[in-house]
Design a protein around this ligand. Structure first.
Ligand code: NAG
Ligand code: NAG
Length: 149
């Protein structure tokens, strides 16, 4: 009985020998998001929350470029000072596709998901993207990569 487990054990040991291969990062675009105003809700149970209106911006990259139309970020700054964005905004590509972006994370690490009805950009609907960046004089700037294939 024991003997039949031995090959499995050997497999498990060799799998542990090397770290798994990390997923590829494929550069999608860089984006400047314009945030003209913030409504501060002040101290809420888990920190301080601001409602940041997104009024525009632009993005540019090897696979897609265009502008930001509208959106909002209701991120929370926790009691330790970490800002966790929680945003939804719309991209309009130069060829007129509209793409909804949902963004969550813990600054400066951001996870992005996309939703679009455009057949040209339908490949965005099934991927997960990683973004990093930070505040600018007029809003936020991020670099965005597709994670994995
Ligand atoms: C974002 O803003 C920076 C600084 O003004 C500029 O260099 C860059 O080209 C802008 N990128 C896009 C995609 O608009
Ligand atoms: C996108 O829409 C604008 C405004 O409606 C129009 O001027 C432009 O020609 C369109 N571009 C494409 C590639 O369809």
């Amino acid at each position: 009985m024991l003997v039949s487990f031995l090959p499995l054990l050997a497999l498990a040991t060799s799998a542990l020998a090397a770290d798994p291969k990390p997923p590829a990062l494929i550069y999608l675009y860089s984006i400047n998001i314009t945030i003209p105003s913030t409504v501060n809700l002040g101290s809420v149970p888990y920190g301080s929350r601001g409602i940041l209106s997104i009024s525009g911006g632009s993005f540019s990259g090897p696979k897609m470029s265009g502008k930001v139309t509208v959106g909002m970020d209701w991120g929370l700054t926790d009691t330790k000072g970490t800002f966790s964005p929680d945003a939804l905004y719309v991209l309009q590509t130069n060829d007129n596709a509209t793409i909804m972006v949902t963004e969550k994370g813990h600054a400066p690490n951001v996870q992005i998901l996309f939703e679009t009805g455009s057949s040209k950009y339908a490949w965005l609907n099934t991927l997960v993207a990683y973004a990093t960046g930070g505040p600018t004089a007029t809003g936020v700037a991020l670099d965005v990569w597709q994670v994995g294939s």
